[in-house]
Design a protein around this ligand. Structure first.
Ligand code: ADP
Ligand code: MG
Length: 377
């Protein structure tokens, strides 16, 4: 990173920061309903070499993007001012200033092994790398959850993506060997030990390498649907509903909103159930929970697609203990929990099914819970 930074900016960086991608084990679309989620950080990481500048210029460069260095004045930053990839990192500097922190410019160079647009949160990795670097370069001492929420604000208000806090919290707060049990409303988190390898299991990621375009507007529509349902029920958020309340919700809501509500309510319950299994070391019990979560996303929330459904079916057919799509939906990645001795067969079955269907070759790898964002040099 030092050499690459020198090639771009002709000098040495002040330091290097790392921010991982994430997979969410269970708890999908629950974050903007004040609910629960259970992500892990993955070994794929975004690196940032950064040097503080005193002249108020913010310069950005990424190994993943062709083109010249982006060069802006921090005083010119406002939502809508940046519309390229640079909106995510720039938005963090804007969010810090908006929150009253006296931060100025920097030279930033990124390089990443997190696949982009694959539902593995490359955008949150980019944002959190900047938040953590600025926290150190400008001596802010903000702490991980605060930095995560500033990164989320950057994505919402500056990059224009109405996401909940899951991705940034996962990237900022996950730790090696654990899944992060998030309670979004309470703002609390618990590190729950998660060591599939120790139980002879692997967590396989299947990046389908498809991203269907309808995703962007659909996300906002789903979020609006949840908020509408919660208002009609007189609740602060769908988090306040339990599975026992579903018959009442069914009598109260228009038919089109009930499946959305059912997904959120059952998904929150699945997180709680998954956490109690993990606390007791019963990792294999996660399998049926993943598969039930996929059915709920496919049938009730309706954000699955042919490729993710096929990956799940092929993995289960080859002996996976459970599988589901992860991330916002309409493509992206599937996770599967598999016995170590079945991992190869499951991978081959998924690749074979994709070939037969005429889909692109999926990208397969297994992951273990990795470290959250941090300074590495
Ligand atoms: P995901 O977060 O699931 O990967 P998003 O659509 O939220 O998908 O974010 C992907 C976008 O983030 C990319 O299109 C690009 O604009 C930006 N991005 C992520 N990583 C990098 C990187 N290393 N360099 C430049 N841009 C990146
Ligand atoms: Mg993203």
């Amino acid at each position: 990173m030092n050499e690459a930074f020198r090639r771009v900016y002709g000098t040495r960086p002040d330091g290097i920061w790392a921010a991982p991608g994430r997979v969410n084990l269970i708890g999908e679309h629950t974050d903007y309903n004040d609910g629960f989620a259970l992500p892990i950080a993955i070994p794929q990481t975004t690196l940032l070499a950064a040097r503080r500048r005193e002249d108020g210029r913010l310069r950005l460069h990424s190994s993943q993007v062709d083109g010249p260095v982006v060069d802006l004045a921090v005083t010119d930053l406002e939502p809508g001012a940046v519309t390229t990839w640079a909106a995510y990192p720039t938005g963090v500097v804007w969010a810090l200033r908006e929150a009253g922190h006296r931060v100025g410019g920097a030279d930033l160079h990124f390089d990443s092994t997190v696949p982009t647009g694959a539902g593995l949160s490359s955008s949150a990795a980019l944002e959190c790398a900047v938040a953590f670097a600025y926290d150190d370069l400008y001596g802010l001492g903000l702490g991980r959850p605060r930095l995560a929420l500033l990164a989320q604000r950057a994505e919402n208000a500056f990059a224009g993506v109405p996401c909940g806090a899951l991705d940034q919290m996962a990237v900022a707060c996950c730790t090696v060997g654990a899944a992060l049990h998030l309670d979004i409303r309470a703002g609390t988190q618990e590190q729950v030990p998660f060591a599939p390898e120790a139980r002879g299991l692997r967590l396989l990621v299947i990046d389908t390498r498809v991203k269907h375009d309808l995703g962007d507007g659909a996300y906002a529509a789903l979020r609006a649907g949840c908020e509408h349902a919660s208002a009609l029920l007189g609740l602060a958020a769908l988090r306040d509903l339990s599975p026992a309340d579903l018959p009442w919700a069914g009598r109260t809501l228009p038919a089109r909103l009930l499946p959305l509500v059912r997904h959120i309510v059952t998904e929150n319950a699945r997180v709680t159930e998954a956490v109690s299994h993990l606390r007791a070391g019963r990792v294999e019990e996660l399998g049926p929970i993943l598969t039930a979560g996929h059915a709920s996303l496919r049938d009730d929330y309706r954000i699955s697609c042919a490729e993710t459904d096929l990956a799940v079916e092929a993995a289960l057919g080859a002996g996976a203990l459970g599988a589901r799509m992860t991330g916002g939906g309409f493509g992206g990645s599937v996770i599967a929990l598999v016995g170590r001795d079945r991992a190869e067969a499951v991978g081959a079955a998924v690749s074979g099914a994709f070939r037969s269907a005429g889909y692109q070759e999926p990208h397969l790898f297994s992951v273990a819970p990795a470290a959250g964002a941090r300074r590495i040099a």
